[in-house]
Design a protein around this ligand. Structure first.
Ligand code: DQA
Length: 186
């Protein structure tokens, strides 16, 4: 097969999960859309924080006109093509985000893609949750937070993430997914 045989290690369960590319290209035996046989499917948790449910109507000049369901549907489609299961969660409430992140590893998730919204700049609780998650996270922001107000340059959650993508709109989520699928983050 043309793709490198990179693997994904879930540290807690000590299971080897093959990358999406291996699953789709080399290992998928079932009919289109069915779960691959013989390998576990990589599961990624997508978390969106406060005010993200209002995308589409919320400051479209900054965040664009696409709604969150539209963005999630596109990402889910991209994940399916790569043989990855996407679990998505949105909340405006800090504690709910903390709890969801804390459950991710036990649910078999291998990574987290998170747009913490404004909590990026303020939340020690979310930072601690990401640091304790036991699985890597990639932070995504639709806007270029470094080119906006000074308070958005304070990044509380970002340092405990493996990387951060900002300023590329919804494409940032797709790039984060590819970083997990391609083995750049494990
Ligand atoms: C945001 C940037 C944050 O500063 C802001 O509070 C948001 C959205 C983004 O995606 O660009 O809510 O996370």
């Amino acid at each position: 097969m043309p793709f490198p045989a990179s693997s994904w290690t879930n540290r807690r369960r000590h299971a080897i999960l093959y990358t999406a590319r291996n699953v789709v290209i080399g290992e998928r035996k079932g009919p289109e859309g069915s779960a691959p046989q013989g390998n576990e499917v990589m599961k990624i948790l997508l978390v969106n924080g406060p005010n993200m449910a209002r995308l589409g109507r919320r400051e479209p000049g900054i965040y664009g006109t696409r709604t969150l369901p539209d963005i999630v549907a596109e990402l889910r489609g991209a994940a399916e093509k790569r043989g990855v299961e996407l679990v998505d969660f949105q909340s405006d409430i800090e504690g709910e985000l903390v709890r969801r992140i804390g459950q991710a590893q036990d649910e078999g998730c291998s990574g987290i893609i998170i747009n913490p919204g404004a909590y990026t700049h303020t939340s020690v609780a979310l930072r601690d949750a990401l640091a304790a998650a036991g699985i890597p996270a990639i932070e995504v922001h639709l806007s270029n937070v470094s080119g906006r107000e000074a308070f958005r340059r304070v990044l509380v959650t970002t340092p405990v993430c493996r990387g951060m993508i900002c300023g590329l709109g919804a494409q940032g989520y797709l790039l984060a997914l590819d970083a997990f699928c391609g083995g750049a983050v494990k």
